[in-house]
Write a protein of this length. Structure first.
Length: 469
């Protein structure tokens, strides 16, 4: 990693408190994965060496955030911590009405509950799994409209997170009611790819013309803004915070998981311009989430998020963050591993369909790669392919595979060092070197919704593959 003036880019922090990692043996990992029925979500985290399952809630807080915790005021109503939180959200995003929630999916739930009715459709570049499930829970149909370039994981188009505007226009002029449109920044399920400012602007104009509110899924807003500037020559020199304001000025609101670019371990919010919608949400949330000035969070959580939202926009942090993700992706590509290009904001995505071309989609190549990474070196990754996003017909059980078979190595923020990342590169390269002997997996049991969390798997052995358990 090197910066513009050719000095190496380093982690722009030093370590004040450490958390031990337990180094395991291959035999232990085999036994643990068997006991977890092949589901990496069912492992205990002590059984994992490098945990890249998610970048959500797993980052390290700064000393300023830990200090802010002490300022947390735990009053039930009207806590000053809420007003500091509200001010931070208003300053960063520009939304007048701010409703805290315990995490992003609660914000989705209250937004859709207020707006979505049975039979409605909700377009998005790609819905994340909880977003999809929350639309469905209200009787709506989530529509994924990624731009066509996203399908080619090898193409280096800069803005593969864009929404397909032509298809969006057809949906907006079509027969079905569209209560809101969304765009996910960055497009997590689609490889962590950013959307361009031009695309968000065009989407905003289209939505306004059709009287449909536009909400941004803002989880990785700072990473998207950084990549917007990196990849769009017209934005050179624009301050990242200013880019965030320009982007969100185009929207009517946002849902946010502060567990990502809020740099916090828990938290989220709904930001809105419409006072009536805000009132509806505030009334609904008291029943299950909490009073609107804490929304399922403690005062200290609100303080940590308020501080995190400002820290995440620091340029040296964002430069290091993207350099570390790009470093892993580049090294893997050099060793012939099929990675999604160009590297996105928060994760390195492996293209499992190209990694294991001999494994049929019905045998979940992404799940097979993720299992092998764990067995090889205790690295826990997450399948984002047909296990997570494949469509299962409730009546017949027939499956339509997901658009892509990806494995996500999500990098927790400010948590692992470059030597950890070098270890990950080595583990992935070793699995890739023996890919021809790796077979797929079958699902032997699965819950009806969000099945990746609870499914049980059985490995399909290839001829010549060593028995590992
Ligand atoms: N939207 C996106 C794009 C997400 O990535 C997530 C969570 C959510 C919404 C929901 O937020 O977890 O705070 O309720 N993504 C995590 C992940 C879980 O691993 O990507 P939440």
């Amino acid at each position: 990693m090197t910066s513009e003036d050719s000095l190496p880019i380093i982690e722009p922090f030093r370590i004040k408190s450490v958390e031990p990692l337990r180094v395991s043996t291959r035999a232990e990992r085999c036994a643990w994965l068997d006991a977890a029925h092949g589901n990496l979500f069912a492992l205990r985290s002590e059984q994992v060496m490098i945990d890249l399952l998610t970048d959500s809630g797993t980052g390290a807080m700064s000393s300023d955030q830990w200090a802010a915790l002490m300022r947390g005021d735990e009053s039930y109503a009207g806590s000053p911590s809420f007003f500091r939180f509200e001010r931070a959200v208003r300053e960063v995003f520009g939304f007048e009405h701010v409703v805290p929630t315990h995490q992003g999916r609660a914000a989705e739930h209250f937004l859709f509950e207020a707006l979505v009715h049975p039979g409605d459709v909700v377009p998005n570049n790609t819905h994340f799994d909880t977003t999809r499930a929350n639309v469905v829970a209200c009787g709506g149909e989530p529509l994924d409209l990624p731009c066509p370039q996203l399908a080619d994981t090898a193409s280096r188009e800069p803005f593969k997170g864009d929404i397909d505007l032509e298809v969006l226009e057809r949906v907006l002029t079509g027969p079905r009611r569209v209560p809101l449109a969304m765009i996910t920044l960055t497009n997590n399920a689609g490889g962590g790819q950013p959307a361009s400012l031009g695309n968000v602007r065009a989407m905003s104009e289209l939505c306004r013309r059709h009287g449909v509110p536009l909400f941004v899924d803002a989880c990785r807003f700072a990473e998207n803004a950084w990549l917007m500037r990196e990849r769009d020559p017209e934005l050179a020199g624009v301050d990242v915070g200013e880019l965030v304001r320009r982007t969100f000025a185009l929207a009517d609101g946002c849902t946010m998981s502060a567990k990502k670019d809020g740099l916090a371990n828990i938290g989220g919010f709904l930001g809105m311009r419409d006072p009536k919608l805000a009132e509806t949400v505030r009334r609904a949330m008291v029943v299950t989430e909490g009073f609107p000035t804490y929304g399922g969070l403690s005062g200290r959580d609100l303080e940590a998020v308020a501080q995190g939202l400002r820290e995440v926009l620091q340029e040296d942090y964002l430069e290091y963050r993207h350099a570390s993700v790009a470093y892993v992706a580049r090294r893997l590509a050099e060793r012939g591993v099929p990675v999604v290009e160009p590297p996105g904001g928060h994760a390195i995505f492996l293209d499992a369909a190209r990694f294991l071309p001999h494994v049929p989609r019905a045998e979940y190549p992404g799940q097979a790669v993720a299992s092998e990474l764990y067995l090889e070196g205790g690295v826990r990754a997450c399948e984002i392919g047909s296990v997570m996003l494949g469509a299962v017909d409730a009546a017949t059980g027939a499956e339509t595979p997901a658009a892509q078979e990806l494995v996500r190595l999500a990098v927790p923020r400010r948590t692992y060092t470059q030597s950890h990342m070098d270890y990950v590169i080595e583990v992935v390269a070793r699995v890739h070197a023996r890919r021809e002997r790796i077979g797929g997996v079958r699902i032997v049991e699965s819950p009806p919704v969000l099945r990746h969390f609870g499914a049980k798997f059985r490995r399909v052995r290839r001829r010549g593959e060593a028995r590992v358990s």
